[in-house]
Design a protein around this ligand. Structure first.
Ligand SMILES: [Fe+2]
Length: 196
């Protein structure tokens, strides 16, 4: 197994308070993210920090997420109101910066956008976004994930587009609201690819 970094103590204690299921998911995502970081020649420790922190707010109640999102100036869409759990990335990122004193903006960005993506996010955020989806425990939710994995080896932008496309179709088929941020990410990445 890949060696994982030692985390800042404030972050480690925040992680220790999460459920065993979440801690298991986070550990698996850290290992996957480290592998992707190596493939894409990125700083493994910064990627690892983003992966370790990405779900720090995932165990919070809808009320807490909504209150912290409002206080933290997060854009709240109809999709977030319908499923406040979608706010755990932005809320976790604000908490990371404001309370856990993580100053690496690429890491904060990775946590903030790991659910919807952001077209302009940097490579560290792209790795964290994808590694989160590659956790095998999520495989049944994402039947298109093998295609996403194939794409991720060469082109993270195309992999993220493919993931979001499949996920938006799934949500629409289940009569769930699609987050406009996901569609904005797909549009922005498609434009970026066309301009390469
Ligand atoms: Fe998450």
């Amino acid at each position: 197994m890949a060696t994982l970094s030692t985390l800042p103590p404030q972050l480690q204690s925040a992680l220790d308070s999460l459920s065993p299921e979440l801690r298991g998911h986070i550990q698996r995502v850290r290992v996957i993210a480290r592998g992707l970081a190596e493939e894409h020649r990125l700083d493994r420790d910064r990627v690892d920090l983003g992966a370790a922190a990405h779900d720090i707010a995932r165990g919070d109640s809808d009320d807490v997420l909504m209150a912290e999102a409002l206080a933290g100036g997060v854009r709240i869409t109809d999709a977030d109101r319908s499923r406040p759990i979608l706010l755990h990335g932005p809320v976790g990122a604000n908490r990371l910066r404001d309370r856990l004193l993580v100053t690496d903006e690429a890491v904060v960005e990775a946590v903030y956008w790991h659910t919807t993506g952001l077209a302009t996010m940097g490579p560290i955020a792209k790795v964290v976004f994808l590694a989160d989806k590659f956790d095998l425990a999520k495989a049944s939710r994402y039947p298109h994930i093998e295609r996403v994995k194939e794409l991720a080896a060469d082109d993270m932008d195309r992999a993220i587009i493919e993931f979001l496309r499949g996920d938006m179709v799934r949500l629409l088929n289940e009569d769930e609201l699609v987050h406009p941020g996901s569609l904005e990410t797909v549009n922005g990445l498609l434009l970026a690819i066309q301009r390469r």
